[in-house]
Design a protein around this ligand. Structure first.
Ligand code: ASC
Length: 231
């Protein structure tokens, strides 16, 4: 349990940053924007940032580090696998609902779909996340795959999981920039740094720091869950 105290400090910091990011997303859409509803208007679009930040960033981040929580090491590995898969499934559902909100809003307002880099990378991330979940379920959770296959796929599962998580954060940053440029076209223009722009730029910073902490916690070898004891 080397540096276990530091792990807890990073974990609490990541949780605070995660909650703060969700709170910032809600303040953004309720205080600066049109709130939330499912009516084909801007308040429907607003589900997109709220659900992406809650599900695809915060919940996915927690799902990534769930094996590394020291108090779960005495729980069965299978239980932690179910929690890892369950949190990722919840994140996937929220991400898909958030995409439906955007497409529905665009179609209602005759705004074209899938032209921006944000949309290309974002849809790719959701598709690969879904593949990762289905493949992870089939190989690591169901009892059929031989240990040799599990062992050879595990480094790829870890690498692609971390790559998708980092890509989702980069995609969210592109989305913030796009939305601020679209929404703050005329007075107050984005270029004059109005309060909404400062607020959402800050939200972007919070999410980058959250991601940095999760990636650090997930990649330190000495914080790995100890191998199962056979006794
Ligand atoms: C699993 C599991 C592991 C790995 C290992 C292969 O399903 O629980 O610890 O795969 O068996 O790396």
């Amino acid at each position: 349990m080397e540096g276990y105290g530091l792990f807890l400090v990073l974990l609490v910091s990541a949780l605070l940053l995660g909650f703060l990011s969700v709170l910032f997303a809600l303040v953004w859409v309720f205080h600066y924007r049109e709130g939330l509803s499912w009516d084909g208007g801007s308040a429907e679009f607003n589900w997109h940032p709220v659900l992406i930040i809650t599900g695809f960033i915060f919940i996915q981040g927690i799902a990534i580090i769930v094996y590394r929580l020291p108090w779960t090491w005495k729980c069965s590995k299978l239980l932690i696998k179910f929690i890892h898969a369950g949190l990722n499934t919840l994140a996937m559902i929220l991400a898909i609902v958030s995409l439906v909100a955007v497409f529905d809003f665009h179609n209602a307002k005759n705004i074209p779909n899938m032209y921006s880099l944000h949309s290309w990378i974002g849809l790719t991330a959701v598709i690969f996340y879904t593949l990762q979940l289905v493949l992870g379920f089939a190989v690591f959770l169901l009892p059929f795959a031989p240990v040799s296959l599990r062992a050879s796929l595990m480094p790829i599962h870890i690498y692609s999981g971390l790559l998708i998580f980092a890509t989702v954060i980069a995609t969210a940053l592109m989305g913030f920039t796009e939305k601020l440029i679209f929404a703050l076209k005329t007075a107050p223009a984005y270029s004059t740094s109005p309060p909404e722009a400062i607020f959402v730029n800050t939200l972007g910073l919070l999410i980058v720091i959250f991601g940095a902490l999760i990636l650090w916690m997930a990649t330190r070898p000495h914080w790995k869950r100890p191998p199962e004891q056979n006794s």
